[in-house]
Design a protein around this ligand. Structure first.
Ligand code: HEC
Length: 139
């Protein structure tokens, strides 16, 4: 049976290669310059978790979400991680956030372990890196 096994291996390898090439399409976003290692991991989480769908690729906001700039004025990294885990709980304790939330018909989704892309064990580490990225303003 060795022949059949190598055929299977070849088919698998071709599939993986094709998936890889497709994943490197021209519209894949490139990271902004000047980020350190942790911030870069955070940027990757921002892309992977689709935050840009509501906040924009450049984080300058759009109809579905506010600009994510100047956050260091209001947040520490730990607070951001709690917020991302349970936005509604944070909104209840912050009049400023409640005001921001009132301007949007859509809600900021909670990044609980059940949401797609959040279920992995490194979730908190990933959210921590994401927070570090958010605290640096885009240039
Ligand atoms: C479905 C749209 C949507 C998605 C997806 C989304 N957000 Fe939001 N986000 C909002 C809205 C709307 C608000 C305004 C506050 C609220 O409603 O909770 C908000 C608020 C925020 C705030 C607070 C801003 C402030 O003024 O302090 C942060 C930080 C934030 N989002 C980060 C993220 C990150 C990081 C992701 C990806 C993991 C993300 N958001 C995904 C819609 C979204």
């Amino acid at each position: 049976m060795p022949q059949r096994r190598s055929t299977i291996a070849l088919v698998l390898a071709t599939g993986i290669l094709l998936a890889y090439v497709a994943g490197c399409g021209a519209d894949r976003p490139t990271p902004p310059p000047g980020l350190d290692k942790v911030q870069l991991a955070g940027w990757r989480a921002y892309v992977d978790l689709n935050c840009a769908a509501c906040h924009g690729e450049d984080r300058r906001g759009q109809r579905s979400g506010p600009a994510l700039t100047g956050l260091a004025e209001h947040w520490s990294a730990e607070q951001l991680v709690s917020y991302l885990t349970d936005p509604d709980a944070m909104i209840r304790t912050s009049p400023r956030l409640a005001r921001v939330a009132g301007q949007y018909s859509i809600r900021m989704p909670a990044s609980s372990g059940k949401s797609p892309g959040y279920g992995d064990p490194e979730r908190v580490e990933k959210l921590g890196a994401l927070a570090e990225y958010l605290l640096v303003d885009p240039r």
